[in-house]
Design a binder for this molecule. Structure first.
Ligand code: MN
Length: 748
């Protein structure tokens, strides 16, 4: 295990100004915190954070990052707290360690292949600081290096995650060396047979072609020397995993791979890169379509090089990469590369790093780089399917089973529910976020675990459409509302038909109607029900189709007539007039004299407001205990009036429907009523009114000042109450106040 002074010396070697005390304190703190904890290998646990720190010294990272590496597991695995880290090491390191703790918690959820891209984005979103990702990658690298001590199951899982999430992330950050080592380790554990085979064939091929490779290299060096260039030419070792992947993708054998022979030419300047390119292309034939100039157009992750493939001395395809030394370091270490090029190399003007890094400080520059890197990348592999400019507007949440759900910023549990499944959305009644029950309007945040509470057979409230932000949720809510309304009309239609058949002494059944469908213009029984409920199809037409023998009873006036006549604005009332006369429906109050007294098959029973038939209340409202009348209105269902409502007289008696209350005592609902209240003009009057109503458990829905005189004000209050007794309690309560001169119910 590395000694304390060794680690500190490594840091001081590349950064003499590093905070030695900080490193020592972090070392001692982490070692004590992990105490006697052991790794699966039997080594002291502390050897792990120490090795992670060592990996990061290879990348020459700053003292805060090294200290973070030492501390990266203490919050999750020991008694240490964020507050303690903040206090002892300052908030900068506190934030970094906290980021790693959050990521570690995410490690517990499953990451399926199809979620990998989202998971990478989540990692970046949670990290907020590039150094958190660098420590995380080093952490993963060390765990992969010591995987042999783990169970076969966790080897497999770790290797899969590494291939799907961490290696591509390293690649996206331009860290090729890190990416290759992660890939090779994971490949070995995941596909040991394939790894061995590729490795052996690759070794054999290298052995057989040793002469050839050296010959190509020699002739390159010769040509360059003759032309007066001093450039370094190195053979490029191909890695088993990248070869295996190419073989898989292109279904070809190892020997058929064209770019097995790769060389890297490190030139002294950018100008030299282009001159060497010219020389190479005039000496050997270039393979068409294989030339790429990433020097003039760097990749988003900062990668710069010229790529070309030539037909070499022995008619072998040879892949060449031309680059300068700084470009080479950037290619290997990506976002971590800047540490190799502090003031000194930037000042020669040839470094591949932007001058801005000096003004912004290295890490602010790094953050900017990562932002650009994630915003849009022309690098081939990982971004083709993803519009990353959308990335900053996204949040990533989990189901309790670990499925990752990506949503737009501002999304709510309702959006989440519909993203999981439309049925889940439609039956959603509540949500628990990270174990706490929260309102459905809560805006979700990155990493939230969301549990949707559901209840069978429920229609999503229309108001949800305003809460939801995703198109999927909104259109599903609209569709559910339409379906529900349609069901309500169908139910109303079915009841109207039953009632009408009973009046002519016949039994209604869906089967009878089905057999008569050919005589009607509707395809299904439900369609007929809905059309009757909406008053688009006269009941008389249905009677005539189902029971033609009863047609004799029908007067000429109600013989077949044009459809949609209500839309023409004429005849609507007449239609209902005729119908009720013909079939003897006396939808007239008070044919049954008390609520609940109407005989089965005659009255329409109203249960609550959220009904299975479409019901609306007139402005004056009506509450259980009131005598009520329904008025059947084409396209609007049943409008409910209190029997004393003056507006009721506007409708012919023939359109009145006998309706009765059917209240579910288990789940009392509120119903609307209007009060007219006259009060003295005194300070605090309104507060007293509101208090009386509130204390009596009434809901004030609306309040309007109608008339303001010198001494008195008349106001209209819309309240919601459970029943008539409740309403009367409120009225009496109001009357008992000395400031109230009058309180009474009104119906319009
Ligand atoms: Mn760790």
């Amino acid at each position: 295990m590395m000694r304390q002074y060794e680690l500190v010396e490594r840091v001081l070697r590349y950064d003499p100004k590093a905070d030695e005390t900080l490193l020592n304190r972090a070392y001692v703190y982490a070692m004590r915190a992990h105490g006697h904890q052991k790794r699966a290998s039997g080594d002291p646990y502390f050897s792990h954070p120490l090795e992670v720190a060592a990996i990061l010294t290879d990348l020459k990272l700053d003292d805060a990052t090294i200290a973070t590496a030492l501390l990266h597991d203490v919050i999750e695995d020991t008694e240490a707290t964020r507050a303690e880290i903040d206090q002892l090491f300052g908030p900068e390191i506190g934030v970094l360690v906290d980021g790693l703790t959050k990521i570690k918690r995410l490690d517990l959820v499953s990451k399926k292949a199809e979620q990998a891209e989202n998971f990478r984005k989540l990692l970046v979103a949670i990290s907020t600081d590039i150094r958190v990702l660098l420590v995380k990658l080093a952490d993963r690298l060390h765990n992969m290096r010591t995987l042999e001590h783990m169970s076969p199951e966790s080897r497999r899982r770790n290797s899969e995650e590494t291939l799907e999430i961490y290696a591509p992330l390293a690649g996206r950050m331009g860290m090729q060396a890190m990416r290759e080592e992660l890939e090779e380790l994971a490949f070995r554990w995941l596909h040991p047979e394939a790894y061995r085979t590729v490795r052996e064939r690759l070794d054999r091929l290298t052995e057989n072609n040793k002469g050839l490779v050296e010959e190509i290299r020699q002739s390159l060096v010769e040509k360059l020397g003759e032309a007066g260039f001093s450039a370094e030419v190195a053979g490029r070792e191909k890695k088993p995993y990248s070869i295996w992947r190419k073989m898989q993708n292109r279904q070809i054998s190892l020997e058929q791979l064209s770019d097995l022979y790769g060389f890297r030419v490190i030139c002294r300047s950018i100008e030299d890169c282009y001159r060497v390119l010219g020389l190479v292309h005039t000496t050997w034939r270039a393979v068409p379509g294989r030339f790429k100039d990433y020097i003039s157009t760097p990749k988003q992750n900062g990668y710069r090089s010229i790529h070309t493939t030539i037909v070499g001395p022995r008619h072998q395809r040879v892949e060449l990469q031309l680059r300068t030394e700084p470009m080479h370091v950037t290619a290997e270490y990506g976002v971590a590369a800047h540490t190799f090029y502090k003031e000194a190399s930037l000042s020669n003007g040839k470094a591949s790093l932007p001058d801005a890094s000096r003004e912004m400080g290295p890490y602010l520059w790094l953050r900017r780089l990562v932002e650009t890197l994630l915003e849009g990348d022309n690098s081939e592999e990982f971004l083709e399917h993803t519009k990353l400019e959308l990335f900053h507007d996204q949040v990533f949440c989990f189901t309790p089973k670990g499925r990752l759900i990506a949503l737009p910023q501002g999304a709510t549990p309702i959006d989440f529910a519909y993203a999981v499944h439309t049925d889940v959305g439609n039956s959603c009644v509540g949500a628990s976020i990270n174990g706490r029950q929260m309102p459905l309007s809560t805006a979700l945040r990155n990493g939230d675990e969301v549990l949707i509470l559901t209840s069978a057979s429920r229609t999503p409230p229309a108001a949800w459409e305003r809460i939801a932000v995703t198109g999927k949720a909104r259109s599903a809510i609209r569709r559910a509302a339409r379906d529900s309304l349609r069901r309500q009309y169908a139910e109303l239609g079915r009841r109207l038909l039953s009632s009408a058949f009973a009046k002519i002494g016949q039994d209604y059944s869906d089967d009878r109607l089905r057999r008569a469908l050919s005589r009607l213009t509707h395809k299904t029984v439900a369609d007929v029900h809905a059309a009757v409920g909406r008053s688009e199809l006269p009941i008389a037409d249905v009677l005539r189709a189902v029971a033609p023998e009863a047609a004799d009873l029908l007067p000429a006036a109600s013989r077949p007539r044009p459809r949609n006549r209500y839309e023409n604005g004429e005849g609507g009332d007449e239609g209902w007039f005729n119908l009720s006369k013909v079939i003897g429906l006396k939808f007239r109050w008070p044919t049954s004299t008390a609520p609940g007294a109407s005989s089965a098959g005659q009255g329409i029973v109203i249960r609550g407001i959220r009904n299975d038939v479409p019901v609306s209340f007139e402005p004056g409202g009506a509450v259980p205990g009131d005598r009520i009348v329904g008025v059947l209105t084409p396209g609007e269902g049943i409008r409910i009036f209190q029997i004393h409502s003056p507006r009721l007289s506007e409708f012919e008696h023939e359109r009145w429907i006998d309706v009765t209350w059917d209240i579910n005592q288990e789940e009392p609902e509120r119903f609307p009523a209007r009060l007219s209240v006259t009060v003295l003009n005194e300070p605090g009057t309104l507060a007293q009114i509101a208090q009386v109503i509130g204390e009596a458990d009434g809901n004030i829905d609306n309040l309007k000042m109608l008339h303001r005189g010198a001494d008195f004000t008349e106001m209209m209050i819309e309240v919601e109450v459970f029943d008539l007794a409740h309403l009367n309690r409120i009225i009496n309560g109001l009357k008992s106040k000395s400031v109230v001169s009058k309180a009474e119910r009104v119906f319009a």
